[in-house]
Design a protein around this ligand. Sequence first.
Ligand code: NAP
Ligand code: HSE
Length: 436
Amino acid sequence: MASSTSAAPIGLALLGAGNIGSAVVAAVQRAGERYAARVGAPLEVRRVLVRDTSKARPGLEPSQITDRIEDVLADEGASIVIEFMGGEEPARTYIEMALNSGRHVVTANKEVMAKHGAALLQLAYDRGVRLQYEASVGGGIPVIAPLSRDLLANEVTAVTAIINGTTNYMLTAMTQQGAGYEEVLAEAQRLGYAEPDPTADVEGIDAAYKIAVLCGLAFNVDVAPTEVDRRGISTITARDIAYAAQLGYVIKLLARARLVDGEIEATVRPTLVGASEPLAKVDGVLNAVQFEGDLVGRVMFEGPGAGQGPTASSILADVLDVAQDVAQGRKPLAFIPRRKLRVRPAEEHEARAYLRIGVLDQPGVLAAIATALGDEGVSISSVLQYESEYTGGDEGTAELVLTTHGAPGRAFAAALDVIRELDVVREIGNVLPMEG
Ligand code: NAP
Ligand code: HSE
């Protein structure tokens, strides 16, 4: 790469050269001069680890390609390792090896950072190197850097986010077209937004990794992805979307984390969001992350949460930042070991709720359901009934849509146990939290 600086190049080793890796290679080639001027030294892509060494890799020489991590780490000329292989293993092991070998690491891997972030960040600090992960959450949206720097003076009390583009695309399509879940999933797969196996996105697994990563930074607490109370969107029907709209709400897959009385609540759930709330207006594949801090109040970052360009943008921001440190011999900031705070189980989370219940259209049904809720201290806020002409259900059936005032998860669970057993109840449809 031609460069206007005479400083020694800063070598990059790449772990992966797929969708995102190839976009990073292309950007380094296209904008190398500009990056060199920023850093004070040119960037040089050196060895590249892949699975299949026989594939053509545009912009890379066959001699750069290897399927052995040992070849990559033996290259003394590479001081920054960029990991975009994906998956937990062997990515975690390779990141650990790179840090142990004294390399700085930039990763896009939410699963590794969610499950092993604290240990790897501690290791990086112990080795005097940096581990950066901006692209692991929110694709091209700056999220990790603002939390690590710009919001540092705040006690962050809440993070509320739409951090999965696939599900946001699907819920938006259901809202705008009145389409059903299966129909929009097929469309999302055809457009390449959803994977052939969509489980990680539609069941909220991807979003749970990302909110766990954000908990580490926002609250300085290690939250395991398994501690995130997670529900996906696969049970959401076109009727839920329509009922929510009639109530003045939009259904979004919200990832939330809150600091409440010194404890953490972390959830990923389809949620009714007030239609006038900023997050309700984040549509399609866009992501948005909203932080609440004691000094700043509420701030929201919105933008493309995935894709080659946006993800390469975040990865290269980390690479340029680390490369500046390398060029100027700067030392990384301290890593503060994470606090241990209790993560509350869902039964302790207090929220308003939307309930859709399939019933027989008979006298006393509403009273029986209201009694079951009232006995557990759940106060009803509104009630709507949709008859079979509207729902398309069997004659003599109806759907009740209730909204409630705030109550703890355990109260809803106990009331629903009673409601489920009522002879007149055919189905508990969806029970969803409400915001705004
Ligand atoms: P991808 O297209 O599947 O690319 C993965 C690359 O890693 C391929 O080059 C693959 O080699 C290589 N690889 C995978 N396992 C390997 C192994 N065991 N040994 C050696 N090489 C291996 O994935 P991607 O879409 O680029 O995503 C990469 C990472 O970025 C993931 O962590 C993902 O979560 C994250 N990310 C992606 C997006 C997005 O929009 N796609 C957004 C944000 C973050 P072959 O080429 O030989 O198969
Ligand atoms: N599957 C993810 C999404 C890609 O749909 O947002 C980025 O992590």
